[in-house]
Ligand binder design. Sequence first.
Ligand SMILES: [Zn+2]
Length: 218
Amino acid sequence: MVKAAVKRVVKRLIDNRLVYYRVAKGPTSVLLTFDDGPHPEITPKVLDLLDEHGAKAVFFVIGAHAEKEPELVREIHRRGHCIGNHTYSHLNDYRDGAYSIKQYVGEIVRCQQLIREISGAETSLFRPPRGEINLKTLYATKRTGHRLIHWSLEGGEWADRENESGAFIADFVVRTVQPRDIVLLHDDNEKTVEVLQTLLPRAAELRLDLCRNSLVNA
Ligand SMILES: [Zn+2]
């Protein structure tokens, strides 16, 4: 009973666009997003590949990783990508058990401060670890002045397709991608480099616009 009521409230909030599953505009726009970095070896390769193909992306960094790799955070910003907030320690119900709202808000704020101190970038983009959407994550997003950016298509290099090759995953993304999709990949996963090596040239052939659009710039 209570669960059903909570679900109804969450649905209403989602319908009110508190959660972004797709980019706002652009008939051929696709937004690439990378979670869980920065990673000392993989993130530089991802950045070089994006540059090579003139693509822009959003990097949802974990605060603790940003602290260890400040130069990479600055590099992401310098190369014209957007930095998003992915909490300080990747806090999630699955790993950490139930967290309090206070704890969750604290995680977002700590990551936000780090991003600002390290790169000077201000971000309003937040992605909850594991894509957890519940009343606590929604409240914390709103309370800290962020927008909750989910995804509509995931490479699955860390989950369903972890045993597949990067080329297979790239092919899967190309076959299923729709205009305005938000694509989830991870820049702490070596396979992502392989995915991009195939995906980026094919996206260009398909004339997909991999530049950030109004969702990010607004
Ligand atoms: Zn994550």
